[in-house]
Design a protein around this ligand. Sequence first.
Ligand SMILES: C[S@@+](CC[C@H](N)C(=O)[O-])C[C@H]1O[C@@H](n2cnc3c(N)ncnc32)[C@H](O)[C@@H]1O
Length: 438
Amino acid sequence: SSSSVAAAADENNDPLISKWPEFVAWYRSHGGIVDDRITIGYEADTHIRGTIATALIPADTLLMHTPHNLLLTSNTGDTCEDIKYVQNEMNKGEESIWYTYFNFDDSSGSRVPSQWNRDYLKEDGNDGGYHKDGRAIQELQGLPPSGNTHSNIDWGTETCFKRSSDHTLTHEEKEQYLKAAQIYHTRASDIGLIPLYDLMNHHNGKINTRLHRDGEGGLYVTALVDIQEGEPIYNTYARNGWESSIDVFNGYGFVEDYPQLWRWDGEELNGGEGEEGDGGEGGGRGHTSNRYVIPVYEHFEPNHALYEILVLSPTLGALSPTKQLVEVLGNERRSMEEWKKRISSHHGIVRSSHAHALHDAALSLLNGLPTTLEEDEKILRMEKKQLERLQGLGREDVNKKDVIQAIEYRMAFKRALRLAVEIAEKEGVFYMDDTEEL
Ligand SMILES: C[S@@+](CC[C@H](N)C(=O)[O-])C[C@H]1O[C@@H](n2cnc3c(N)ncnc32)[C@H](O)[C@@H]1O
């Protein structure tokens, strides 16, 4: 059709796509292995760039191997050193063996909360009011990651800047550091930056790859299942239920598709702006008094110490999932039927007092927020209209986009809280009565 021709023509002019052959040639010339049935493209639903299969790839196929010599790492296990390493290589320009890699990088396409403007606390000299630009943070309405949106950057400027040299860093050096840090934080694995591997997007519901260390510091990726022609090739950024959807949003800037994990504590929120955090998720509120303690009882090992819900669909979720229930996340796929079965038996072992406490905490959190989901829908529509109008005038308003990102995120959070309330209230969901305990 004419539209697909137009799309193809676009992609020819788009260096983030058209430089793929050059990137692959570079990767192979340094010993990397990549299956010929892998390409780069924009995913149909999200328009996010990522790896895609051009033909059926059977399960267990070796998809890629990035040898240790292609990894960007200081080999010290120290984040500051790793970021400095990346920064140095970027400064080398064509002299760097990763020149082609940097040229193909799309990290500036990731907009993460640490990039949000936070000038709102500064008094505006003219009218004594506040700068509007810190709005995205305010739009979190105090929900996590409030107070922690900039913790990576703050930590880096505190720790890495001070350590890095004997002189005060110039503006240019700071900018370079921030650029390297952005690449590092949105792409690196625990062993550093891994070319090609870092072109895979995240999806725990459609995960179709598996990782294997090669014993020499490099990494193999194989197909977990048959991957169909046209299907994106996915990695996970949240494995075993360790990281929540809050972490994924704070680190990578998007609300992950189902399954999602949401966490919150029993504290009342403090008016929306959040404090500089205690570093903990669900924190940003600095104190832990009165926190309900998630019980650990026989056959019941909660995945997290905070209240938690695992969300599989708009109507299916598990209250306070156990480690056992969520350890599959990022590692295997599980059918909806299987989830339903497991969740219903899971709810059979959740104590009713525990479910009630979670219910009350979710409800009081929801009721304490300044807007409802229905109001958010209207606000979101309005913000999007304004953005379109500005774009029509040829103006790019990054702050406006951040605001929209924050509103969409808080809506997903509220939907999860609402589902938690509904599930806890639903008749027919059986919770073990506390008195039945031995
Ligand atoms: C390691 S990179 C993945 C590859 C990247 N899309 C690229 O083209 O270079 C991580 C970034 O990709 C984007 N991303 C990954 N998975 C995503 C998803 N499921 N939805 C939206 N954006 C995603 C986010 O911008 C994230 O910060």
